[in-house]
Design a protein around this ligand. Structure first.
Ligand code: SAH
Length: 262
């Protein structure tokens, strides 16, 4: 075996810079049914160097099953942030990647893990918080939840049976993250690492923008008093495609505020 080949099989150690990028990523599980999956997801994360797990649930997350399946990653389970909604889980997050087993008629760019995660790192590279969101075992993420994500990631699996176990999909994505960082250190991606992207609005900035937009459209009569949902979903769809920067969102805000004043 040549030196180069051997080098690639040496277990990878990440440098401080890569650890910083991983620490800016939180894994979010939305309403998992089986506590065992929470433990397995924690184990999957820790083996790849991630430790920030958020669970949207009203059930206990520390249970005998989650403890048993977490193995040596029970510390990650014990430090889980439990929240009651996806919005709460995404507070202060500026880039959200949602995962889906099905390639639906999605309204966000769809990526394979490597490309999608590269985009996640281009944001954490700016010091921004990012989230990887996983859905329920039975039904995945709802359309409303998917519409809160900036991109969607699909693991290219057998088209006849593409639904991985929840914790296994966490494993695939966190493994790919580590691979991206290791390869970056080895220079495979070139000196610059991940492309820098301009600062993007945080989740809560988007939510306050949509609240302001909806309120303005109701006041102007564009949205009828007894109607809710559809138009706003379509507007989110349109805005999602535009992939706006912080600065651009502020311009739109200003435009709306000025129209409201007149
Ligand atoms: N029946 C559900 C499958 C849910 S599997 C559905 O059709 O959506 C539970 C979660 O694991 C999914 O919500 C997603 O977060 C993740 N997952 C499973 N398979 C995946 C795949 N092929 N690509 C991306 N994520 C996947």
């Amino acid at each position: 075996m040549s030196d180069t080949v051997q080098e690639q099989f040496v277990p990878g150690t990440l440098g401080a810079d890569s650890m910083r990028l991983l620490n800016l990523v939180r894994v979010v599980l939305v309403e998992p049914t089986h506590p065992g999956n929470i433990g397995s997801a924690a184990r999957a994360m820790k083996t790849m160097g991630l430790c920030r797990l958020t669970v949207v649930t009203d059930r206990p997350v520390v249970t005998p099953e989650s403890e048993a399946l977490s193995g040596g990653a029970f510390d990650v389970v014990q430090k889980i942030t439990v929240v009651s909604s996806l919005d709460e889980a995404l507070r202060d997050v500026s880039f959200v990647a949602g995962t889906s087993a099905r390639i639906r008629a999605l309204d966000r760019p769809l990526y394979q893990p490597r490309e999608g995660l590269s985009r996640v790192f281009s944001h954490t590279g700016n010091g921004e918080e990012a989230a990887l969101v996983f859905g329920r075992e039975s039904s995945g993420l709802t359309n409303d939840e998917l519409s809160k994500c900036d991109i969607h990631i699909n693991i290219d699996a057998n088209p006849e049976y593409s639904s991985l176990n929840l914790a296994m999909s966490v494993q695939v994505l966190t493994y790919e993250m580590r691979q991206l960082l290791l390869r970056r250190r080895q220079g495979v991606q070139g000196k610059s690492g991940f492309a820098e992207e301009p600062l993007k609005p945080e989740h809560r900035q988007w939510e306050s923008f949509y609240a302001f937009l909806e309120d303005s459209l109701r006041q102007s009569g564009f949205i009828k008093p007894d109607v809710n949902g559809t138009i706003m979903e379509q507007l989110r769809h349109i805005m999602g495609k535009a992939d706006l920067t912080n600065h651009e969102l502020q311009i739109l805000y200003g435009v709306m505020a000025s129209l409201r004043r007149h």
